[in-house]
Design a protein around this ligand. Structure first.
Ligand code: B12
Ligand code: SF4
Length: 472
Protein backbone atom coordinates (compact mmCIF):
# COMPACT_ATOMS: atom_id res chain seq x y z
CA UNK A 1 0.00 0.00 0.00
CA UNK A 2 1.56 3.39 -1.00
CA UNK A 3 2.10 5.82 1.84
CA UNK A 4 1.63 9.57 1.97
CA UNK A 5 3.02 11.84 4.67
CA UNK A 6 1.21 15.21 4.88
CA UNK A 7 3.27 17.91 6.57
CA UNK A 8 2.16 21.33 7.79
CA UNK A 9 5.40 23.11 8.70
CA UNK A 10 5.90 25.69 11.41
CA UNK A 11 8.05 28.78 10.83
CA UNK A 12 11.11 30.43 12.38
CA UNK A 13 11.14 33.54 14.54
CA UNK A 14 13.62 36.32 13.68
CA UNK A 15 16.02 34.90 16.32
CA UNK A 16 16.03 31.54 14.53
CA UNK A 17 13.80 29.63 16.95
CA UNK A 18 11.22 27.30 15.43
CA UNK A 19 7.74 28.24 16.63
CA UNK A 20 6.16 25.49 18.71
CA UNK A 21 3.05 25.42 20.81
CA UNK A 22 1.46 23.01 23.23
CA UNK A 23 -2.09 24.08 22.46
CA UNK A 24 -3.75 26.10 19.76
CA UNK A 25 -7.20 27.63 19.45
CA UNK A 26 -8.10 26.06 16.13
CA UNK A 27 -6.83 23.72 13.45
CA UNK A 28 -6.80 24.26 9.69
CA UNK A 29 -8.55 21.84 7.35
CA UNK A 30 -5.91 21.76 4.61
CA UNK A 31 -4.28 18.49 5.57
CA UNK A 32 -7.51 16.56 6.38
CA UNK A 33 -8.80 17.77 2.99
CA UNK A 34 -5.71 16.51 1.18
CA UNK A 35 -6.07 13.22 3.01
CA UNK A 36 -9.64 12.95 1.74
CA UNK A 37 -8.35 13.62 -1.80
CA UNK A 38 -5.68 10.90 -1.78
CA UNK A 39 -6.52 7.72 -3.71
CA UNK A 40 -8.42 5.23 -1.53
CA UNK A 41 -5.67 2.62 -1.36
CA UNK A 42 -3.09 5.06 0.08
CA UNK A 43 -2.22 5.05 3.76
CA UNK A 44 -2.00 8.65 4.95
CA UNK A 45 -0.37 10.20 8.03
CA UNK A 46 -0.55 13.89 8.95
CA UNK A 47 1.75 16.00 11.10
CA UNK A 48 1.44 19.65 12.12
CA UNK A 49 4.83 20.89 13.19
CA UNK A 50 3.35 23.56 15.41
CA UNK A 51 2.49 20.84 17.92
CA UNK A 52 4.47 17.73 16.92
CA UNK A 53 7.87 16.94 15.43
CA UNK A 54 8.23 16.01 11.78
CA UNK A 55 9.59 12.49 11.25
CA UNK A 56 12.19 12.83 8.52
CA UNK A 57 12.50 9.04 8.39
CA UNK A 58 8.79 8.42 7.86
CA UNK A 59 8.42 5.45 5.49
CA UNK A 60 6.44 7.50 2.97
CA UNK A 61 6.45 7.06 -0.78
CA UNK A 62 5.44 10.69 -1.18
CA UNK A 63 5.69 13.63 1.21
CA UNK A 64 3.26 16.53 0.58
CA UNK A 65 4.00 19.86 2.24
CA UNK A 66 1.77 22.94 2.31
CA UNK A 67 2.79 26.47 3.22
CA UNK A 68 1.35 29.88 3.95
CA UNK A 69 3.33 33.04 4.57
CA UNK A 70 6.59 32.46 6.45
CA UNK A 71 6.05 28.71 6.57
CA UNK A 72 7.43 28.60 3.04
CA UNK A 73 11.08 28.78 4.15
CA UNK A 74 10.60 25.94 6.60
CA UNK A 75 8.68 24.01 3.93
CA UNK A 76 11.68 24.31 1.59
CA UNK A 77 14.09 23.18 4.33
CA UNK A 78 11.93 20.15 5.14
CA UNK A 79 11.50 19.34 1.45
CA UNK A 80 15.29 19.39 0.99
CA UNK A 81 15.75 17.14 4.02
CA UNK A 82 13.20 14.60 2.76
CA UNK A 83 14.68 14.58 -0.72
CA UNK A 84 18.16 14.05 0.72
CA UNK A 85 16.66 10.87 2.21
CA UNK A 86 15.38 9.77 -1.19
CA UNK A 87 11.72 10.75 -0.72
CA UNK A 88 9.53 12.22 -3.43
CA UNK A 89 8.17 15.62 -2.39
CA UNK A 90 5.18 17.61 -3.66
CA UNK A 91 4.56 21.19 -2.52
CA UNK A 92 1.29 23.12 -2.77
CA UNK A 93 -0.92 25.80 -1.22
CA UNK A 94 -1.54 29.48 -1.86
CA UNK A 95 2.08 30.59 -1.51
CA UNK A 96 3.51 27.90 -3.78
CA UNK A 97 0.73 28.58 -6.29
CA UNK A 98 1.30 32.33 -6.46
CA UNK A 99 5.10 32.54 -6.19
CA UNK A 100 7.43 31.94 -9.17
CA UNK A 101 7.22 28.19 -9.73
CA UNK A 102 10.94 27.68 -10.27
CA UNK A 103 11.63 28.74 -6.67
CA UNK A 104 9.51 25.84 -5.37
CA UNK A 105 10.55 23.35 -8.04
CA UNK A 106 14.14 23.77 -6.86
CA UNK A 107 13.04 22.01 -3.64
CA UNK A 108 10.40 19.55 -4.86
CA UNK A 109 9.71 16.83 -7.39
CA UNK A 110 6.36 18.41 -8.20
CA UNK A 111 4.15 21.34 -7.24
CA UNK A 112 0.38 21.65 -7.23
CA UNK A 113 -0.84 25.03 -8.41
CA UNK A 114 -4.36 25.96 -7.34
CA UNK A 115 -6.99 23.78 -5.72
CA UNK A 116 -5.90 20.19 -5.16
CA UNK A 117 -9.23 18.54 -5.99
CA UNK A 118 -8.62 17.91 -9.68
CA UNK A 119 -4.88 17.18 -9.69
CA UNK A 120 -3.58 15.88 -6.36
CA UNK A 121 -4.36 12.18 -6.87
CA UNK A 122 -2.66 12.22 -10.28
CA UNK A 123 0.44 13.91 -8.84
CA UNK A 124 0.64 11.28 -6.10
CA UNK A 125 0.28 8.39 -8.51
CA UNK A 126 2.89 9.83 -10.85
CA UNK A 127 5.40 10.41 -8.08
CA UNK A 128 4.89 6.96 -6.60
CA UNK A 129 5.49 5.50 -10.09
CA UNK A 130 8.72 7.50 -10.45
CA UNK A 131 7.28 10.07 -12.91
CA UNK A 132 6.54 13.77 -12.56
CA UNK A 133 4.95 16.41 -14.73
CA UNK A 134 6.62 19.05 -12.55
CA UNK A 135 3.73 21.48 -12.32
CA UNK A 136 0.24 20.08 -11.68
CA UNK A 137 -1.99 23.02 -12.39
CA UNK A 138 -5.67 22.90 -11.52
CA UNK A 139 -7.14 23.94 -14.85
CA UNK A 140 -10.52 24.68 -13.32
CA UNK A 141 -12.10 25.92 -10.14
CA UNK A 142 -14.09 23.30 -8.27
CA UNK A 143 -17.85 23.51 -8.05
CA UNK A 144 -18.56 23.34 -4.35
CA UNK A 145 -22.25 22.66 -4.32
CA UNK A 146 -24.29 25.81 -4.42
CA UNK A 147 -23.72 29.32 -5.77
CA UNK A 148 -20.77 30.53 -7.72
CA UNK A 149 -19.56 33.72 -9.21
CA UNK A 150 -17.18 33.33 -12.08
CA UNK A 151 -13.52 34.22 -11.83
CA UNK A 152 -12.55 37.65 -13.10
CA UNK A 153 -9.85 37.97 -15.79
CA UNK A 154 -9.36 34.23 -15.94
CA UNK A 155 -10.34 31.70 -18.54
CA UNK A 156 -10.61 28.82 -16.12
CA UNK A 157 -14.04 27.27 -15.94
CA UNK A 158 -15.76 25.64 -13.00
CA UNK A 159 -15.03 21.92 -12.96
CA UNK A 160 -17.52 19.20 -12.29
CA UNK A 161 -15.29 16.80 -10.38
CA UNK A 162 -15.85 13.58 -8.56
CA UNK A 163 -15.35 15.68 -5.40
CA UNK A 164 -18.08 18.32 -5.60
CA UNK A 165 -17.88 18.86 -1.85
CA UNK A 166 -14.72 17.37 -0.44
CA UNK A 167 -15.50 18.68 3.05
CA UNK A 168 -18.15 16.00 3.39
CA UNK A 169 -15.37 13.41 3.42
CA UNK A 170 -13.28 15.07 6.11
CA UNK A 171 -12.63 13.09 9.23
CA UNK A 172 -12.56 15.53 12.15
CA UNK A 173 -10.48 13.10 14.14
CA UNK A 174 -7.60 14.12 11.87
CA UNK A 175 -7.41 17.65 13.28
CA UNK A 176 -3.83 18.02 14.42
CA UNK A 177 -4.00 21.01 16.73
CA UNK A 178 -6.71 19.74 19.05
CA UNK A 179 -5.54 18.35 22.37
CA UNK A 180 -7.94 15.44 22.74
CA UNK A 181 -6.85 14.80 26.33
CA UNK A 182 -7.74 18.36 27.31
CA UNK A 183 -10.86 18.29 25.19
CA UNK A 184 -12.19 15.44 27.29
CA UNK A 185 -11.23 16.82 30.68
CA UNK A 186 -11.25 20.61 30.64
CA UNK A 187 -14.34 22.84 30.21
CA UNK A 188 -11.99 25.82 29.69
CA UNK A 189 -10.34 24.08 26.79
CA UNK A 190 -13.75 23.38 25.31
CA UNK A 191 -14.50 27.10 25.43
CA UNK A 192 -11.09 27.86 23.95
CA UNK A 193 -10.91 25.42 21.05
CA UNK A 194 -12.81 26.43 17.90
CA UNK A 195 -13.80 23.67 15.48
CA UNK A 196 -13.05 24.55 11.87
CA UNK A 197 -15.47 24.25 9.00
CA UNK A 198 -15.96 25.85 5.62
CA UNK A 199 -18.96 27.46 3.94
CA UNK A 200 -17.34 29.18 0.95
CA UNK A 201 -14.15 29.66 -1.01
CA UNK A 202 -12.77 32.90 -2.36
CA UNK A 203 -13.88 36.51 -2.27
CA UNK A 204 -15.11 38.76 -5.06
CA UNK A 205 -13.47 41.96 -3.77
CA UNK A 206 -10.43 43.53 -5.47
CA UNK A 207 -8.12 44.41 -2.50
CA UNK A 208 -4.71 44.77 -4.15
CA UNK A 209 -2.57 43.19 -1.40
CA UNK A 210 -4.74 40.11 -0.94
CA UNK A 211 -3.48 36.62 -1.74
CA UNK A 212 -7.01 35.21 -1.60
CA UNK A 213 -8.35 37.17 -4.52
CA UNK A 214 -5.11 36.50 -6.41
CA UNK A 215 -5.42 32.75 -5.76
CA UNK A 216 -9.13 32.50 -6.58
CA UNK A 217 -9.19 35.27 -9.21
CA UNK A 218 -12.09 36.88 -7.38
CA UNK A 219 -14.30 33.83 -7.87
CA UNK A 220 -16.66 32.95 -5.04
CA UNK A 221 -18.36 29.66 -4.34
CA UNK A 222 -20.56 28.49 -1.51
CA UNK A 223 -21.34 24.95 -0.42
CA UNK A 224 -24.65 23.24 -0.32
CA UNK A 225 -26.12 24.29 3.03
CA UNK A 226 -27.34 20.78 3.90
CA UNK A 227 -23.72 19.62 3.70
CA UNK A 228 -22.56 22.45 5.98
CA UNK A 229 -25.26 21.59 8.52
CA UNK A 230 -24.11 17.97 8.32
CA UNK A 231 -20.58 19.12 9.30
CA UNK A 232 -22.03 21.16 12.16
CA UNK A 233 -23.79 18.05 13.46
CA UNK A 234 -20.63 15.95 13.12
CA UNK A 235 -18.80 18.51 15.24
CA UNK A 236 -21.62 18.60 17.77
CA UNK A 237 -21.41 14.83 18.03
CA UNK A 238 -17.86 15.31 19.35
CA UNK A 239 -19.23 17.74 21.93
CA UNK A 240 -18.11 20.83 19.96
CA UNK A 241 -20.23 23.99 20.26
CA UNK A 242 -17.72 26.72 19.33
CA UNK A 243 -17.19 26.78 15.60
CA UNK A 244 -14.89 28.76 13.32
CA UNK A 245 -15.75 29.31 9.67
CA UNK A 246 -12.37 29.33 7.94
CA UNK A 247 -13.85 31.31 5.06
CA UNK A 248 -12.25 34.51 3.89
CA UNK A 249 -15.61 36.20 3.48
CA UNK A 250 -18.67 34.04 4.23
CA UNK A 251 -21.11 36.90 3.50
CA UNK A 252 -19.97 37.67 -0.05
CA UNK A 253 -23.16 36.08 -1.41
CA UNK A 254 -25.62 37.75 0.93
CA UNK A 255 -28.61 35.55 0.09
CA UNK A 256 -26.60 32.37 0.60
CA UNK A 257 -25.24 33.71 3.90
CA UNK A 258 -28.74 34.59 5.13
CA UNK A 259 -29.92 31.10 4.27
CA UNK A 260 -26.98 29.56 6.11
CA UNK A 261 -27.47 31.70 9.22
CA UNK A 262 -31.20 30.95 9.32
CA UNK A 263 -30.44 27.23 9.11
CA UNK A 264 -27.87 27.53 11.91
CA UNK A 265 -30.30 29.05 14.42
CA UNK A 266 -31.85 25.74 15.56
CA UNK A 267 -28.38 24.16 15.85
CA UNK A 268 -27.67 26.34 18.91
CA UNK A 269 -23.97 26.77 18.32
CA UNK A 270 -21.58 29.68 18.78
CA UNK A 271 -19.45 30.68 15.84
CA UNK A 272 -16.81 33.08 14.73
CA UNK A 273 -15.26 33.92 11.37
CA UNK A 274 -13.77 36.73 9.37
CA UNK A 275 -15.72 38.85 6.93
CA UNK A 276 -16.00 42.36 5.58
CA UNK A 277 -17.57 45.25 7.50
CA UNK A 278 -20.47 44.99 5.05
CA UNK A 279 -22.11 42.60 7.53
CA UNK A 280 -22.96 45.60 9.74
CA UNK A 281 -24.79 47.38 6.92
CA UNK A 282 -27.52 44.85 6.26
CA UNK A 283 -29.74 44.72 9.37
CA UNK A 284 -31.38 41.43 8.40
CA UNK A 285 -28.02 39.74 7.72
CA UNK A 286 -26.57 41.04 10.98
CA UNK A 287 -29.61 39.98 12.96
CA UNK A 288 -29.53 36.48 11.46
CA UNK A 289 -25.80 36.21 12.12
CA UNK A 290 -26.28 37.17 15.77
CA UNK A 291 -29.26 34.84 16.24
CA UNK A 292 -27.37 31.96 14.63
CA UNK A 293 -24.67 32.26 17.29
CA UNK A 294 -22.08 34.65 15.85
CA UNK A 295 -20.01 35.89 18.79
CA UNK A 296 -16.93 37.40 17.13
CA UNK A 297 -15.72 38.52 13.73
CA UNK A 298 -12.27 39.42 12.42
CA UNK A 299 -12.81 42.39 10.17
CA UNK A 300 -10.25 43.98 7.85
CA UNK A 301 -10.86 47.66 8.58
CA UNK A 302 -7.22 48.26 7.54
CA UNK A 303 -7.38 52.06 7.89
CA UNK A 304 -9.83 54.76 8.85
CA UNK A 305 -8.53 57.08 6.15
CA UNK A 306 -10.37 57.00 2.83
CA UNK A 307 -7.31 57.76 0.63
CA UNK A 308 -5.47 54.79 2.15
CA UNK A 309 -8.46 52.53 1.51
CA UNK A 310 -8.58 53.85 -2.05
CA UNK A 311 -4.94 52.94 -2.62
CA UNK A 312 -5.64 49.41 -1.33
CA UNK A 313 -8.64 49.07 -3.68
CA UNK A 314 -10.77 48.69 -0.57
CA UNK A 315 -13.07 51.63 -1.09
CA UNK A 316 -16.11 49.49 -0.21
CA UNK A 317 -14.99 49.68 3.43
CA UNK A 318 -16.12 53.34 3.62
CA UNK A 319 -14.33 54.58 6.71
CA UNK A 320 -16.82 57.36 7.59
CA UNK A 321 -19.36 54.63 8.38
CA UNK A 322 -17.12 52.70 10.80
CA UNK A 323 -18.51 54.30 13.96
CA UNK A 324 -22.09 53.36 13.08
CA UNK A 325 -21.02 49.88 11.90
CA UNK A 326 -19.06 49.06 15.04
CA UNK A 327 -21.95 50.26 17.21
CA UNK A 328 -24.33 47.95 15.29
CA UNK A 329 -22.05 44.97 15.87
CA UNK A 330 -21.63 45.83 19.56
CA UNK A 331 -25.39 46.12 19.98
CA UNK A 332 -25.67 42.51 18.79
CA UNK A 333 -23.01 41.36 21.27
CA UNK A 334 -20.55 40.53 18.48
CA UNK A 335 -16.91 41.06 19.45
CA UNK A 336 -14.85 42.77 16.78
CA UNK A 337 -11.26 41.77 16.10
CA UNK A 338 -10.04 44.65 13.96
CA UNK A 339 -7.26 44.10 11.43
CA UNK A 340 -5.38 47.35 10.78
CA UNK A 341 -2.40 48.25 8.60
CA UNK A 342 0.47 50.55 9.48
CA UNK A 343 3.03 51.84 6.99
CA UNK A 344 0.84 52.23 3.92
CA UNK A 345 1.36 55.13 1.54
CA UNK A 346 -0.46 58.19 2.84
CA UNK A 347 0.05 57.24 6.51
CA UNK A 348 2.35 59.54 8.47
CA UNK A 349 3.51 59.27 12.08
CA UNK A 350 0.18 60.67 13.30
CA UNK A 351 -1.52 57.43 12.24
CA UNK A 352 -0.56 55.55 15.41
CA UNK A 353 -2.28 57.81 17.96
CA UNK A 354 -5.27 58.41 15.69
CA UNK A 355 -5.80 54.71 15.14
CA UNK A 356 -5.41 53.95 18.84
CA UNK A 357 -7.98 56.58 19.75
CA UNK A 358 -10.40 55.28 17.14
CA UNK A 359 -10.07 51.67 18.33
CA UNK A 360 -10.47 52.58 22.00
CA UNK A 361 -13.36 55.02 21.40
CA UNK A 362 -15.25 52.34 19.51
CA UNK A 363 -14.53 49.62 22.05
CA UNK A 364 -12.89 47.20 19.66
CA UNK A 365 -12.26 43.92 21.51
CA UNK A 366 -8.97 42.80 19.99
CA UNK A 367 -6.68 44.12 17.30
CA UNK A 368 -4.06 42.76 14.94
CA UNK A 369 -1.75 45.24 13.27
CA UNK A 370 -0.04 44.48 10.00
CA UNK A 371 2.87 46.04 8.19
CA UNK A 372 2.41 45.92 4.42
CA UNK A 373 3.36 42.46 3.11
CA UNK A 374 3.97 42.18 -0.63
CA UNK A 375 2.88 38.55 -1.07
CA UNK A 376 4.12 37.19 -4.38
CA UNK A 377 1.39 36.99 -7.00
CA UNK A 378 -0.54 40.02 -5.73
CA UNK A 379 -0.93 43.34 -7.53
CA UNK A 380 0.66 45.02 -4.50
CA UNK A 381 3.80 42.90 -4.86
CA UNK A 382 4.15 43.88 -8.50
CA UNK A 383 3.63 47.57 -7.68
CA UNK A 384 6.25 47.52 -4.92
CA UNK A 385 8.69 45.46 -6.98
CA UNK A 386 8.50 47.90 -9.86
CA UNK A 387 8.99 50.81 -7.48
CA UNK A 388 12.05 49.07 -5.99
CA UNK A 389 10.55 49.33 -2.50
CA UNK A 390 10.71 45.72 -1.32
CA UNK A 391 13.16 45.71 1.58
CA UNK A 392 13.28 42.02 2.38
CA UNK A 393 13.17 39.06 -0.01
CA UNK A 394 13.50 36.51 2.81
CA UNK A 395 10.09 34.85 2.63
CA UNK A 396 10.63 33.39 6.08
CA UNK A 397 10.00 36.92 7.39
CA UNK A 398 6.66 37.45 5.64
CA UNK A 399 4.79 37.47 8.95
CA UNK A 400 2.47 39.96 10.63
CA UNK A 401 4.92 42.74 11.32
CA UNK A 402 8.36 42.56 9.74
CA UNK A 403 9.34 45.62 7.71
CA UNK A 404 9.11 44.37 4.16
CA UNK A 405 8.30 47.53 2.20
CA UNK A 406 9.99 50.94 2.30
CA UNK A 407 7.36 53.32 3.76
CA UNK A 408 6.90 56.74 2.17
CA UNK A 409 5.11 58.72 4.89
CA UNK A 410 7.58 58.00 7.71
CA UNK A 411 10.95 56.35 8.12
CA UNK A 412 11.31 52.66 8.89
CA UNK A 413 12.35 53.28 12.50
CA UNK A 414 9.27 55.43 13.17
CA UNK A 415 7.09 52.70 11.71
CA UNK A 416 8.72 50.02 13.86
CA UNK A 417 8.45 52.00 17.10
CA UNK A 418 4.92 53.31 16.36
CA UNK A 419 3.72 49.80 15.53
CA UNK A 420 5.07 48.34 18.78
CA UNK A 421 3.93 51.33 20.89
CA UNK A 422 0.37 51.19 19.57
CA UNK A 423 0.17 47.49 20.38
CA UNK A 424 1.43 48.20 23.88
CA UNK A 425 -1.09 50.98 24.49
CA UNK A 426 -4.04 49.14 22.97
CA UNK A 427 -3.36 46.20 25.30
CA UNK A 428 -2.40 48.45 28.25
CA UNK A 429 -4.65 48.23 31.31
CA UNK A 430 -6.24 51.72 30.91
CA UNK A 431 -7.25 50.98 27.30
CA UNK A 432 -8.50 47.49 28.20
CA UNK A 433 -10.67 49.03 30.92
CA UNK A 434 -12.13 51.60 28.52
CA UNK A 435 -12.83 49.04 25.83
CA UNK A 436 -13.94 46.00 27.78
CA UNK A 437 -15.48 46.94 31.12
CA UNK A 438 -18.94 47.88 29.81
CA UNK A 439 -20.72 44.54 29.48
CA UNK A 440 -22.78 43.88 26.35
CA UNK A 441 -26.42 42.81 26.72
CA UNK A 442 -25.75 39.54 24.88
CA UNK A 443 -22.93 36.99 24.94
CA UNK A 444 -21.51 38.00 28.31
CA UNK A 445 -19.62 34.75 28.74
CA UNK A 446 -17.81 35.33 25.43
CA UNK A 447 -17.18 38.94 26.42
CA UNK A 448 -15.52 37.68 29.60
CA UNK A 449 -13.37 35.31 27.53
CA UNK A 450 -12.25 38.23 25.32
CA UNK A 451 -11.46 40.27 28.44
CA UNK A 452 -9.24 37.41 29.61
CA UNK A 453 -7.61 37.29 26.14
CA UNK A 454 -6.86 41.02 26.48
CA UNK A 455 -5.27 40.52 29.89
CA UNK A 456 -3.18 37.63 28.60
CA UNK A 457 -1.98 39.76 25.71
CA UNK A 458 -1.12 42.58 28.13
CA UNK A 459 0.93 40.11 30.18
CA UNK A 460 2.58 38.66 27.07
CA UNK A 461 3.51 42.08 25.66
CA UNK A 462 5.17 43.04 28.93
CA UNK A 463 7.67 40.26 28.28
CA UNK A 464 7.76 40.47 24.46
CA UNK A 465 7.57 44.09 23.25
CA UNK A 466 7.62 43.02 19.58
CA UNK A 467 5.01 40.29 19.58
CA UNK A 468 4.15 40.28 15.94
CA UNK A 469 6.40 37.40 14.90
CA UNK A 470 4.08 34.89 16.50
CA UNK A 471 1.47 32.83 14.70
CA UNK A 472 -1.79 34.48 15.65
C1 B12 B 1 -6.52 28.06 9.44
C2 B12 B 1 -5.56 29.08 8.89
C3 B12 B 1 -4.43 29.35 9.63
C4 B12 B 1 -4.11 28.65 10.94
C5 B12 B 1 -3.42 27.31 10.62
C6 B12 B 1 -3.53 26.32 11.75
C7 B12 B 1 -2.97 24.99 11.38
N1 B12 B 1 -1.67 24.86 11.27
O1 B12 B 1 -3.72 24.06 11.25
C8 B12 B 1 -3.20 29.72 11.63
C9 B12 B 1 -4.09 30.65 12.42
C10 B12 B 1 -2.06 29.21 12.48
C11 B12 B 1 -2.69 30.50 10.42
C12 B12 B 1 -1.59 31.29 10.45
C13 B12 B 1 -1.11 32.02 9.37
N2 B12 B 1 -1.74 32.19 8.20
CO1 B12 B 1 -3.32 31.23 7.69
N3 B12 B 1 -4.99 30.63 7.15
C14 B12 B 1 -5.81 29.75 7.66
C15 B12 B 1 -7.09 29.73 6.83
C16 B12 B 1 -8.12 30.62 7.53
C17 B12 B 1 -7.74 28.38 6.58
C18 B12 B 1 -6.81 27.29 6.00
C19 B12 B 1 -7.66 26.10 5.68
O2 B12 B 1 -7.69 25.15 6.43
N4 B12 B 1 -8.41 26.16 4.55
C20 B12 B 1 -9.23 25.08 4.05
C21 B12 B 1 -8.42 24.29 3.00
C22 B12 B 1 -9.20 23.13 2.46
O3 B12 B 1 -8.15 25.19 1.92
P1 B12 B 1 -6.67 25.51 1.50
O4 B12 B 1 -5.77 25.54 2.66
O5 B12 B 1 -6.69 26.71 0.62
O6 B12 B 1 -6.24 24.23 0.62
C23 B12 B 1 -6.66 24.02 -0.70
C24 B12 B 1 -5.69 24.60 -1.75
O7 B12 B 1 -5.08 25.81 -1.35
C25 B12 B 1 -4.68 23.52 -1.98
N5 B12 B 1 -3.57 23.32 -1.04
C26 B12 B 1 -3.29 23.97 0.10
N6 B12 B 1 -2.17 23.48 0.66
C27 B12 B 1 -1.71 22.50 -0.12
C28 B12 B 1 -0.60 21.66 0.01
C29 B12 B 1 -0.38 20.69 -0.96
C30 B12 B 1 0.80 19.78 -0.83
C31 B12 B 1 -1.26 20.57 -2.06
C32 B12 B 1 -1.04 19.52 -3.06
C33 B12 B 1 -2.37 21.42 -2.19
C34 B12 B 1 -2.59 22.38 -1.22
O8 B12 B 1 -5.50 22.37 -1.93
C35 B12 B 1 -6.55 22.52 -0.95
C36 B12 B 1 -7.82 21.93 -1.52
O9 B12 B 1 -8.20 22.58 -2.71
C37 B12 B 1 -6.59 30.34 5.48
C38 B12 B 1 -7.65 31.06 4.69
C39 B12 B 1 -8.51 30.10 3.90
N7 B12 B 1 -9.76 30.44 3.79
O10 B12 B 1 -8.09 29.07 3.40
C40 B12 B 1 -5.49 31.27 5.95
C41 B12 B 1 -4.31 31.54 5.02
C42 B12 B 1 -3.90 30.25 4.37
N8 B12 B 1 -3.28 32.00 5.97
C43 B12 B 1 -2.52 32.91 5.48
C44 B12 B 1 -1.46 33.53 6.18
C45 B12 B 1 -0.76 34.66 5.45
C46 B12 B 1 -1.10 33.13 7.46
C47 B12 B 1 0.03 33.74 8.27
C48 B12 B 1 1.32 33.88 7.52
C49 B12 B 1 -0.46 35.08 8.83
C50 B12 B 1 0.65 35.97 9.25
N9 B12 B 1 0.74 37.09 8.58
O11 B12 B 1 1.40 35.66 10.11
C51 B12 B 1 0.15 32.79 9.47
C52 B12 B 1 1.41 31.96 9.41
C53 B12 B 1 1.26 30.50 9.57
C54 B12 B 1 2.34 29.72 10.23
N10 B12 B 1 3.58 29.98 10.11
O12 B12 B 1 2.02 28.79 10.91
C55 B12 B 1 -2.92 33.28 4.07
C56 B12 B 1 -1.96 32.66 3.02
C57 B12 B 1 -1.45 33.67 2.03
C58 B12 B 1 -0.29 33.12 1.25
N11 B12 B 1 -0.06 33.68 0.07
O13 B12 B 1 0.43 32.25 1.66
C59 B12 B 1 -4.39 32.75 4.03
C60 B12 B 1 -4.88 32.37 2.62
C61 B12 B 1 -5.27 33.86 4.66
C62 B12 B 1 -5.36 35.14 3.90
N12 B12 B 1 -6.54 35.72 3.89
O14 B12 B 1 -4.46 35.70 3.33
N13 B12 B 1 -3.51 30.33 9.35
S1 SF4 C 1 -12.25 41.58 1.38
FE1 SF4 C 1 -10.65 40.40 2.43
S2 SF4 C 1 -10.60 38.38 1.44
FE2 SF4 C 1 -11.75 39.78 0.10
S3 SF4 C 1 -10.24 40.51 -1.38
FE3 SF4 C 1 -10.33 42.01 0.30
S4 SF4 C 1 -8.75 41.37 1.77
FE4 SF4 C 1 -9.11 39.65 0.36
Amino acid sequence: MPRLYLVSPSHHLADGRLVKTTRYWTSGLTMPTLKALAPRDWKVDIVDELMADVDLDHPADVVAIGAMGPQISRAYDLADAFRARGKKVVLGGPWVSLAPHERSLAHADAIVVGEAETVFARALEDLAAGRSAGVYRAGEFVRMGKTLSRPKNDDRTIAETSHPDIYQNIDYRDLQLIRWDKWKTSPFYRLYFHWPLVFSRGCPHPCNYCAVQAFYKRSYRTRNIDAVIENVRQIKAFGGRNLLFLDDNPIADVDAAKELFARLIPEKIKWTSQCTIEIARDPELLDLAARSGCVALSIGLESNEEPVLDSLKKRFNRAPRYAEDLAALRAKGIQVIALMMFGMDGQTDGVFDETLKFLVDHKVSLVKFFTPAPYPGTAYHEEMRQAGRILNEDWGRYDYGSLLVQPTGMDARTLRSGFDRTYKHFYGLPAIAKRMLALPRRNRREHAAYLVANLKTWHFLKKNPSAWGTIS
